[in-house]
Write a protein that binds this ligand. Structure first.
Ligand code: PGA
Length: 299
């Protein structure tokens, strides 16, 4: 005959076994002592054996009681595991993800999102692609679930975890005379025309720092808000540019652009996944953050 017992009875039984007594178990469960005894009695009827025995004033588990305790623990363990799995599923599958990535992280940011979305097809995803200054503002206003960007300012209220290198390189059209040269002196960048990103861009900020640290006046040529536009401009011969290697895969493969071997390049930056320290990440945001940290280098 199948055991006709309930999870509630098992919980009560476990509490009695834990405290070796009915009174403390009843207190813990906010039940009366007779209610607890009654549930244990019903369990014993189902099992067909006593689960506790009384010796003097104390009660002890019988052999059947010890067996019951073993299974009761396994059942509660499985139940809490199932509960964790279901709440994670609920959180992730019904969730939505609102993230922002730096313009320069556009390519691999989108690939990461696509890979994440294949694993969690019912998550709704919103992606904003914008520059560093706007990202910092969005973080300050707690507008986004997560942000992918270059290193945020030190001592900030932000939790920032690096996950990938971001080398910045000098690019030229592939027929540029410097393409074949090795170890080009940065001095020679003086008086060159550069097509640059807008103020507020992290790439622009690093480029300005580079010129400053080499005592070369920074005189920007054409200014553009998109890396795609900058690459087109360089290809069309409008100047050189400094861009992240992550924006370049296709152009290098098809030899439309070339990287110049300038000393002190690449400038090594890193990508960070960032959120306000005080923010409580949703299950989806947590899952995406984990995904970024573990999969970014395979993308
Ligand atoms: P950007 O950001 O797209 O604003 O240049 C990239 C970075 O911070 O390096």
């Amino acid at each position: 005959m199948a055991l006709n017992i309930t999870i509630r009875q098992l919980k009560i039984f476990q509490a009695v076994a834990r405290y070796n007594g009915f009174t403390r178990a009843a207190e813990e469960l906010y039940l009366t002592q007779p209610a607890v005894s009654m549930q244990v009695k019903q369990l014993e009827v189902q099992v067909g054996l006593p689960l506790f025995e009384q010796v003097g004033k104390k009660i002890f588990l019988t052999e059947a009681g010890r067996e019951m305790l073993h299974y009761a623990k396994q059942i509660s363990g499985h139940l809490s595991e199932a509960e964790a799995v279901f709440s994670a599923l609920k959180g992730i599958q019904r969730g939505s993800l609102d993230i922002s990535v730096a313009s320069t992280a556009n390519n691999f940011g989108t690939k990461l999102l696509a890979a994440f979305s294949r694993e969690h097809p019912s998550v709704t995803i919103k992606l904003d692609v914008t520059n560093r200054e706007t990202l910092l503002k969005q973080l300050a206003d707690n507008e986004k679930d997560l942000v992918i960007m270059g290193k945020p300012p030190e001592n900030s209220e932000l939790e920032a975890t690096p996950f990938l290198d971001n080398p910045l390189v000098v690019i030229a059209p592939s027929n540029h005379p410097w393409v074949k040269e090795k170890k080009i002196d940065p001095e020679r960048l003086r008086d060159r025309t550069f097509v640059v990103r807008e103020r507020g861009s992290g790439t622009r900020m690093l480029m300005e720092r580079f010129f400053e640290s080499h005592d070369i006046p920074f005189e920007p040529g054409m200014e553009m808000t998109s890396n795609e536009a900058i690459k087109q401009a360089v290809e069309a011969g409008l100047g050189l540019a400094v861009v992240s290697i992550h924006t370049l895969a296709l152009e290098l493969e098809t030899a439309r652009l070339a990287m110049l071997d300038v000393i002190d390049f690449p400038i090594m930056r890193h990508w960070y996944v960032v959120h306000p320290r005080s923010k409580r990440l949703s299950p989806v945001a947590q899952a995406f953050r984990e995904f970024v940290l573990t999969h970014a280098s395979d993308i």
